[in-house]
Design a protein around this ligand. Structure first.
Ligand SMILES: [Zn+2]
Length: 247
């Protein structure tokens, strides 16, 4: 039977350290806790790395965090050769915060890109230094300088970023909230988590389970590194940190 982990990262993306109790070690050596601040790989955002701290001060390095049988069963995958804790053991939890913060800035940047390019999303991948979003776009009306300028307007306006829960029925009544062409948000749990940008979500609102910064200003300087043609009607936009490289 799948365990249900209290996913505290969904309520507080800024919780770098916390503690938890070991619930189980699965048959592949994955560590399952009663609660966690480690984000598990999903929705294009990679899972957290970091370490667990035992009461004697020794550390268990965590190489990856993934979901198990359900989205709410979070599995901490220890690095090779690490000692395993015992069920019932209390542990400190410490995520690699500088890495996570880069991923949060990038994930929010990807949402801003979907505002600048309001087309169906066919894929996305968030990474520390280079993220991508793929869109179905009928023709190339976009150049990277113009998209970068519009992204930076949204960053500089420092719009608030927050989450809101809606019901399945509200989602059905507002199909425009779903920007992904292939991935439908999970319905049937009764609640959908929206990530909203701007006062009352006026800039953007879309279903997303990822971790985000508090305001668009925290994204910092970004630019479009490349717009690649992936098919007749598909374009891949690559987002990078920092100013555009000098021509
Ligand atoms: Zn997202």
């Amino acid at each position: 039977m799948a365990h249900t982990t209290n996913t505290v990262f969904r309520d507080d993306a800024y919780l770098a350290e916390t503690d938890a109790v070991v619930v189980a070690i699965n048959d592949r050596g994955g560590i399952i806790l009663d609660r966690t601040n480690f984000y598990a790989t999903s929705g294009g955002q990679p899972g957290d790395t970091g370490f667990l701290i035992r009461t004697d001060g020794s550390r268990i390095a965590i190489a990856a965090t993934i979901t198990g049988e359900t989205k709410n069963e979070i599995i901490h995958v220890p690095a090779a050769g690490e000692a395993l804790p015992e069920p019932g053991e209390k542990l400190g939890l410490s995520i690699d915060w500088p890495r996570r913060h880069l991923l949060m800035r990038m994930h929010t940047a990807c949402h801003l890109l979907t505002v600048v390019c309001p087309f169906p999303i066919t894929g996305a991948s968030v990474a520390e230094d280079d993220s991508r979003v793929d869109f179905d776009i009928p023709e190339t009306g976009f150049n990277k300088e113009e998209v970068t300028a519009r992204l930076m307007e949204l960053v500089k306006a420092d719009h608030p970023v927050f989450t809101r829960l809606i019901t399945d029925d509200e989602l059905v009544a507002n199909p425009g909230l779903v920007k992904s062409k292939n991935v439908r948000p999970p319905v049937g749990t009764g609640q959908i988590r929206l990530v909203c940008i701007g006062d009352n979500g006026v800039i953007d609102s879309q279903p997303c389970g990822g971790t985000h910064v508090r305001s668009t200003g925290e994204v910092g300087e970004i630019h479009i590194g490349k717009i690649e043609k992936k098919g007749r009607e598909n374009r891949r936009f690559r987002i990078r940190f920092g100013p555009p490289p000098a021509q």
